[in-house]
Design a protein around this ligand. Structure first.
Ligand code: HPA
Length: 290
């Protein structure tokens, strides 16, 4: 991983770099996906379900960021899910790993240049809404960009009009029709009882939230909190992709000073494992209807 850009006023990648990455991929696969899926922690096994797979390790793709986390797979997998061509990111880049915000979102502009029109993002999140249970799936209807409030917005710096406009509207970030489709599909497959719809708040991490921080986020109107997704969604909307976001509620946040509960990564992974199949089924069914 290269050092973060010293100048916040410039995106560290040129249009030509994104284009070279996309052209290399187009030359190395015959697939032309219209849907891209970013798989969250523990949900990367979705890529294993693809038929006619063409997989590329991140390190083999020109200009692509490289996964530095031990044990994390870093692959871009093209293939067919229920007969529909798609491309899956198996392993994403988190801001808390030390990647700058332009690197976190690099793949999204590549998807755009590949001809992708719809982005599906999944993540693990802590439940802030008291009515949520561990194992619930939340359709993201809106987000709060905490790193963005602190100046870490991936659109800061020079705006390249070939990707999108300078001042981007974000009031329609999460596509209403896709959400309705996801809800219908989830109900059809018996997931309706644990389906929620709410606001996702991104924090930079890697620390889980303090009790006071959780209380603040609740007061702000957030239903779930996590450490990813928002930068990718901002960049996807900038270049006109439709977005569907799904959070798996892996734990309930602690808001009570007398509680002995503690947020921990083990619980997050355990819940993810329990719901992996439901999420995979939901996305597989959904993709045939997009
Ligand atoms: N906080 C932040 N990120 C998370 C959490 C949480 O409680 N659970 C899973 N990802």
């Amino acid at each position: 991983m290269e050092a973060a850009s010293s100048s916040p006023s410039h995106c560290r990648y040129s249009y030509e770099e994104y284009k070279q990455t996309a052209d290399w991929l187009l030359a190395n696969t015959e697939q032309r996906p219209k849907v891209a899926i970013i798989c969250g922690s523990g949900l990367g096994s979705l890529a294993e379900l693809l038929d006619d797979k063409n997989a590329f390790s991140y390190e083999d793709i020109p200009h692509f960021p490289i996964s530095t986390v031990q044990g994390h797979v870093g692959r871009l997998v093209f293939g067919k899910l229920q007969g529909r061509e798609c491309v899956c990111m198996q392993g994403r880049f988190h801001f808390y790993e030390g990647y700058d915000i332009h690197t976190v979102t690099y793949p999204v502009r590549v998807f755009f240049l590949l001809g992708v029109e719809t982005l599906i993002v999944t993540n693990a999140a802590g439940g802030l809404n008291g009515a949520y249970n561990v194992g619930d799936i939340m359709l993201i209807k809106d987000h709060i960009n905490m790193p963005g409030f602190a100046g870490q917005n991936p659109l800061c710096g020079h705006n390249d009009e070939r990707f999108g406009v300078r001042f981007l509207c974000m009031s329609d970030a999460y596509d209403r029709d896709l959400r309705a489709l996801a809800r219908r599909t989830a109900e059809e497959q018996g997931c309706g009882s644990f389906l929620q719809e709410g606001v996702y708040c991104m924090v930079a991490g890697p620390t889980y939230e303090t009790i006071a921080e959780c209380r603040v986020l609740q007061k702000l109107g957030a239903d779930a909190v996590g450490m990813s997704t928002v930068p990718e969604v901002v960049v996807a909307r900038h270049c006109g992709l439709r977005v569907l976001g799904l959070s798996l509620i892996t734990n309930k946040v602690v808001t009570d000073y007398d509680s002995n509960e503690k947020a921990n990564h083990k619980e997050v992974l355990k819940t993810t494992e329990r719901r992996t199949q439901d999420l995979q089924r939901l996305i597989s069914q959904l993709i045939t209807k997009i």
